[in-house]
Design a protein. Structure first.
Length: 320
């Protein structure tokens, strides 16, 4: 059965688009207005529904963005990296820091439309069950989606400046495939991220670089850097040395840093590790802060070609 609201996908197993837990009983779109209902009652129901929050708590999709983005400026931070690099852990660590009152780029947490998704991920890191020790979030499934799950944070500065920050939670296989073959069908999600992101976090797995797969790991990240350099176009980029408590060989790290400086000169490097949770939020904060204020347009330089202002406006030389 399909909901009468085209923006709702509760029939596919997602949450109700207007936030009803029992959609079959309470959602006005699921229980369509009967033909015998008066026009006045239908109008009142529509007016009441207009003030409802259109969110389900799950990760946002393209349909949800249409309800969110019109309210103000938004930032999309793309988290890139290979499989199991630590991208999701980085994001969840940021959410938990916000719950403790930590500010991001000088702005405080002001809400989220993906609280359900945040809580589902952060539950893995909490001490809530004596029989189950905390662990890292599970691997983000590859699936068949063409757009990554988007985790949302609303942030407000002390001066009142407000931003809707969207953080991509995408499987690393997308970016590995995209780095090898840009137009591969299974890399559509990676292309979407790179096309729309306001800032990038390039997550590097130090544990893998220090292990027996270090050769392949170094090749994977260098391929992603090379591919990203073709599209970054000056957008803020931060390379995050994730799991930095496990240090790779100096020559391995140096070769990656040199590739980064050669291909994306404006990129910055930071370290993060779950051993020091504050570093997780700091890495994400750097990307948000760099993209918070959009770059200003270059001033228009209109040379004066003559003494008469009208001639200068028309672009003619008054002496000719």
């Amino acid at each position: 059965m399909r909901c009468s609201n085209p923006a709702c996908h509760v029939g596919d197993g997602e949450g109700c688009a207007v936030g009803e837990r029992d959609h079959a009983t309470h959602c006005p779109h699921w229980n369509t207005v009967s033909s015998t209902q008066s026009e006045a009652t239908a109008a009142a129901s529509a007016a009441e529904d207009a003030y409802r929050a259109h969110w389900s708590g799950a990760a946002l999709g393209l349909t949800d963005l249409g309800n969110l983005l019109p309210r103000g400026r938004s930032l999309l931070v793309g988290a890139l990296g290979a499989h199991d690099a630590g991208k999701t852990t980085l994001l969840v660590g940021t959410y938990l820091a916000c719950l403790r009152g930590h500010q991001l780029a000088g702005a405080r947490f002001a809400g989220s439309r993906t609280l359900g998704a945040w809580e589902a991920l952060s539950a893995w890191l909490r001490y809530e069950d004596a029989a189950r020790a905390p662990s890292f979030p599970p691997h983000t499934p590859r699936g068949t989606a063409r757009v990554p799950g988007l985790l949302h944070l609303a942030l407000r500065e002390r001066r009142g400046s407000f931003r809707d920050v969207l953080l991509t939670d995408a499987p690393g296989e997308w970016f590995t495939r995209w780095s090898i073959k840009e137009d591969a069908p299974e890399a559509e999600g990676a292309r979407w991220v790179v096309r729309h992101a306001d800032a990038f976090m390039l997550v590097v797995d130090c544990k893998r670089l220090a292990g027996p797969e270090r050769g392949q790991a170094r090749s994977d990240i260098r391929q992603i850097i090379e591919r990203l350099s073709d599209h970054v176009a000056g957008r803020p980029t931060i390379l995050v040395w994730a799991k930095s408590d496990i240090a790779p060989a100096t020559r391995v790290r140096t070769s990656i840093s040199e590739s980064l400086r050669a291909l994306i000169p404006h990129a910055r490097e930071v370290e993060s590790t779950a051993e020091r949770p504050e570093t997780l939020a700091a890495a994400v904060e750097g990307a948000i802060q760099a993209a918070w204020t959009p770059p200003r347009s270059r001033p228009i330089d209109a040379p004066v070609l003559g003494g008469a202002s009208f001639a200068a406006f028309r672009g003619f030389n008054a002496q000719s």
